[in-house]
Ligand binder design. Sequence first.
Ligand code: BGC
Length: 550
Amino acid sequence: MPSPDPQTDRWWHRTTIYQIYPRSYFDSNGDGIGDLPGIIGKLDYIRDLGFETVWVSPFFASPQVDFGYDITDYLSVAPEYGSVEDVDRLVDEAHARGLKVMFDLVLNHTSDQHPWFVESRSSRNNPKSDWYIWADGKGRRRPNNWRAANLISSAWNFCPLRGQYYLASFLSIQPDLNYHHPDVKQTMLDVVRFWLRKGVDGFRLDMFGSIIKDRDLRNNPFNRRPRFMEGTPVPELFVQKYNLNTEETFAFARELRAVCAEFDNPERILLGEVFGSPQVLRRYLGGDDGLQLVFLFDFLRYSYNADFFRRRIAAYERNFPGPLQPTYVLSNHDRTRSCSRVDGDLRKAKVLAVLLLTVRGVPTVYMGEEVGMTNTPVPLAQAQDILAKSFAFLPEGAFQALQRILKETLNRDEVRTPMQWDGSTHAGFCPDNVTPWLPINENRHERSVAAQVGKDGSLLELHRNLLHLRRTHPALHSGDLTMMEETPLDVLGYRRRAENDSTVVFLNFSDGLASVRVDAGDILISTDSANHVDDGTLYLHPHSAVIASA
Ligand code: BGC
């Protein structure tokens, strides 16, 4: 038998990723906050569902102003989540179940309470004075025109102690590290080594595109066609030429990969949170250097129609041909829950689940999507999310209207509410006599694991079936993809084919019955029991999907 081709047969080519926001997954000690032992207790659930990799959002020491994306010590664990021993146990227990584990690595910035920053801001000539990006103002103006993540504020923040500005690409409590300083780079690469040594299988890289900025801090050029960015209330007036996706950042991706390669076997992976056109994103990836995967975020703001997905998939197939793998995602801890985009319609959620788990690439599923969780309304005045708080100058009514116009939640609390395990008062997330850190959604009675487990036709069981099918069919986990040209406009159809295995997938995005000519064999999965093949024609009921052998 020929040995597997290392270019095309790597564990991460076939994997499926389940994202856990630790604060909201399961509270094992009754303080209203999820924790690492809570995740460990649910690994059987994740394995039995059929996911292969778990990505855990940050659990490192942090004042939790941005809930872990503001770190004060990269080598220790926030006490409310557990300890380093719990991390060791998480890795071991996951591996014992055949699961891979990815951590979330926040390299771009620290918390402003990190001792490095406290020292750095204390004077202009302390040992850490250049660990962050400091600059003088230009008269009364800021050093340049770079914007923070909300696009409303400047990325530059004045520090009276130094009489200078520091750069914070996300928000002011998260100062950017200066990767032009060799000690910063070495220290952070050693952080990476520390966790790799503990056996982590890879990292999701937070804000990776922003890591290395222009040394000369040049102004970004004006944007001739200002666009609304995802999750921001104002259009982007400048092209982020000098602070995003720089040549030095592409080079850093290769350096980071080399560090991972020191720990090969199994191969460790890097998945970047990066923004840009497919051509730019492609530049992060390499064969044996660069990142293995980058998120393709277009799906986060999908329009629920066949044409949207047809065009996007075609573009990604062109730009990320095998052995590259597109990384698809419909929602995460920052963005509107996918099910809310389709007004909670479970038929549509099922069509989307079929799409995500059968298209060529690595699918990422945010916890709770498997039971159809939706956004939980949280008024701006009660927001805990720091990004939402940066819009606190808006009256509640205006804020709500803005969210409706943008079709996007600007208060990330709404998508981070506790995982719905059952229909009890706190959805089985924490005991009934404890207040959970965020409210529980009213729909926990139907949209919970307990309500759907073992129920034929539930969204949860559909996920289990899809993950099983994907694992057992080479066409689905490692085959190529060809779009079907001759489907009605509202139907998306594609074929997945590997050696000796072939399947076809049809998704009807319309309100009407659709029919397609097929030479398909058995129906393997159908989201509507009325779908059937009759005399070479597949009848697809509204908002339903079919996978068939072919
Ligand atoms: C993370 C956010 C976080 C931000 C700053 C991201 O894009 O996904 O949750 O607030 O980076 O670290």
